[in-house]
Structure formats: C-alpha cells, structure tokens
Design a protein around this ligand. Sequence first.
Ligand code: F6P
Length: 357
Amino acid sequence: MKRIGMLTSGGDCQALNAAMRGVVKTLCHSKEEVEIYGFLDGYRGLIYGNFQMLTGNDFSGILTKGGTILGTSRTPFKTIQDPDENGLNKVEAMKQNYHKLQLDCLVILGGNGTHKTANLLRKEGLNVVTLPKTIDNDLWGTDMTFGFQSAVDIATDAIDCIHTTAASHGRVFIVEVMGHKVGWLTLNAGIASGADIILLPEIPYDIDRVIDKIEERDKNGSRFTIIAVAEGAISKKDAKLSKKELKEKIKNRPYPSVSYEIAAKIQEKTGREVRVTVPGHMQRGGSPCPYDRVFASRLGSEAGKLILENEYGFMVGYKNREIVRVPLEEVAGKLKMVDPDASIVKEAKLLGISFGD
Ligand code: F6P
C-alpha cells in the first residue's frame, strides 16, 4: 500500500492536471494499492490539513483540462519558516500532517519557490518527488518545464494577431510577455511570431538602439515594428542600480509596466504612434498544447515509477531529450536564465532581430 500526498503550488500553468494524471495512472496500473490525498491550494493545504481523498477516477478526463483540480496558491519560501498570524510553525505543521496521515511520500508540482520548500521538506526527513511546472521555463536541472510550450503558443498567437493590425496602421506595437526574471517565453514567442525587437531581463536594452531598429525598418520601407518585451525587461541604465534602488524606481514608476515606459520613450523621441498590448494571464490559461500533454504525461509517469521504487528526493526533469531524475538539492534555489551568448540569441540576431543591446 502506498499513501501519496499531492499538491500544486505557485502560479498555475497548463498541463498540471495532465502531469498529476500521469502519476496516478502509473500507480494505478501497478500492483500496488494506492491512497491519494490531494492537498488543496498548494502548501496551504498541507500546512492546515486541508485535503481531499481522491481515487484514480478523479484523475480521469483531465488530460486536456487547464488549471489544477487541486487549486494552488503562492506560499513564499522566504516566509515559510516564520510563524503564521496565529503563531503556527508552518514547517512543523506540514511535517505533522504528513506523519498523521502516514504518507509514504509527497508529490509536489511547482516552479522555483515551490522547489525551495520541497527541498526544505526533504531535509526535514519527508519523502518528496517533484515535477517541474512553469510557463517561465526557468527551473534549473531541466531543459524544459511543462506549461512553457502552451504559453509560447498563446503568446505567439497574440503577437501574430498584433502583426496584422500593426501592419495596417503602420504603428509600433509592444507586446508584453510574462516573465519577470527570465526571458525564455518572450524569446521563443518573439522568434516564432517574427518580432523585430525582443527585450529580455537577461539582455539590458538601450532605448536608442531600439529606436535605431525602428528607424532602420522605416528606411527599408517597413511601416510597422513589433517589439516583444518581457515583463522584467530592463534598460542598461537601470541594470546598474542596486536591487533596492531598482525596487524603489519600479515602485515610483509613473507607468503600469516597463512596456508603457518604453512606449512613452519611443513616442517622445520619434513622434511615432506606439501601442501596448498585454496578454497577461491568458498565457497561463486554457488547455495544454499537445506537446505539453505528452511531456507532462511522461514526467508524471516517471514520478509514479520513482514512488513504486521507493526512490525519493528527486525532481523529474528533461535533459537531452530524455526524462531524467535530478536530485532536489541540485535544483532548489537556482534559476535557469537565458545566456546572452546562447546560440538561440546569436541565431535570432543573424535573422536581424534586435535585442536593443
Ligand atoms: O508563474 C509564473 C508567472 O506567470 C510569471 O511569468 C509572471 O510574472 C507571474 O507568474 C505572475 O504572477 P501572479 O499570477 O501572481 O500575478
């Protein structure tokens, strides 16, 4: 008999359900008897003992369903060791609930913050297996996270739509793509949709270089320019600020986001008409794309296998086209960022895409 606790934590994404289904199907197809405890709304459910007992049937028909049937929430790692408003020790509470239910392991689906807490629980002696979710694709130890490809599809569709209206009106259009710390999504959606300029957190931009590209296109007879901007894109000037100074600057910025700041600068310096579009949380919503359905199912099935083999303390990841087991301590606390010298960036530059650097 295996008693499994399962939870999804952090921002949702497509294919969370597909991944959980993969785990449960694998367990249910083994000879092992299985009890599944689904903790609701992420770590919060584990902390406060809020769970539902689930069976294999609960995971049927959810392969194509977006979101997460367990609900999710953000439980920041930086405060996980602080008592809650009633003085409850959250880490101890999670351990107690785990032991009270006599769980054999926890299956935790999440991104960076989630993995830090998962690793803490592992160090505290709990058996943990994790799965890499996030549209940001910024988890260390895996070439790909599920949710990413689906989000690339949506962001690409958004930029495709903008292309036709931008061309008709001869406007400069900025499309703001999710990703505060990393630019994988913007980079891929930008290339996929033929963006002319791509601005990423990892490659600080100079507004004058951005304008150079717009003017170069003008000279060559292109009446419009598409700029894909990551939420966390940063100017060369701002990149020199300390973390604290930058936080303060963003707090007092008279614009809702960096895209509006860039739009205002372009407008002011060139007199061009600039529009901003923000697809926002649409990028995390809806059905997973076929790639993510397959990918999350494969990851889930390997997680099920780990549990059947009593192998714990791993994230199931993807390296060189193979599903792999990555020790949690190698994953937790590290970000996988776009390397400005990566070949994908060089290739994009060869295609004529400007990074504003
Ligand atoms: O989960 C990742 C992510 O979608 C980022 O790309 C984005 O910056 C952030 O979450 C948005 O967070 P929230 O859903 O809390 O607004």
